[in-house]
Design a binder for this molecule. Structure first.
Ligand SMILES: [Zn+2]
Length: 161
């Protein structure tokens, strides 16, 4: 499942990328272009914009769209997870900034690129082929993933949020 996030839900796009979902996002994009990308690329539109949902192509179900109900990013990701039954099986596989699929890097390859403490404590590294950011499963990532996994597993038990 792939997504395109409207400019009003940028943080949500990052959460989805953290979960490994391909999520297109441009800071300023007009509605026409957004809908066109969603149609050709078969992406689900995520938007806070009520007007967007009234478009014919969306009402007819040719393009799938979800109206995001809340302002808070955490509520937004919970809504999307609940609606589409997403999981975290592909977490840590995509760049949060540019949506590229990350490639594994060996510890030796990153020796000079990460802080010494990180090098000592982390064994697995991933690099974005586009922006060359390095990712490792540090405490921030662990917190994020624990939260996401909790929402996902809660849904499996109850079927909803
Ligand atoms: Zn990147």
């Amino acid at each position: 499942m792939k997504f395109i996030a409207d400019s009003n839900v940028g943080k949500l796009a990052r959460w989805l990328r953290a979960m490994g979902y391909d999520t297109y996002f441009e800071r300023s994009i007009d509605d026409e272009k957004l809908v066109e990308i969603a149609r050709t690329d078969e992406r689900v539109i995520l938007s806070r914009d009520n007007q967007m949902m009234k478009r014919k192509i969306i009402r007819e179900g040719k393009v799938r769209a979800i109206l995001i109900e809340d302002d808070m990013p955490w509520s937004q990701i919970s809504q999307v997870i609940g609606r589409l039954n997403l999981d975290t099986s592909a977490a840590f596989s995509r760049c949060l900034e540019c949506n590229q699929t990350l490639v594994p890097r060996s510890k030796e390859e990153v020796r000079c690129s990460v802080p010494p403490y990180v090098f000592l404590t982390q064994d697995k590294y991933m690099e974005c082929p586009s922006c060359h950011r390095l990712y490792w499963r540090g405490t921030h990532w662990q917190r994020m993933n624990t939260r996401l996994a909790a929402v996902c597993s809660g849904l499996n038990h109850q079927g909803r949020l």
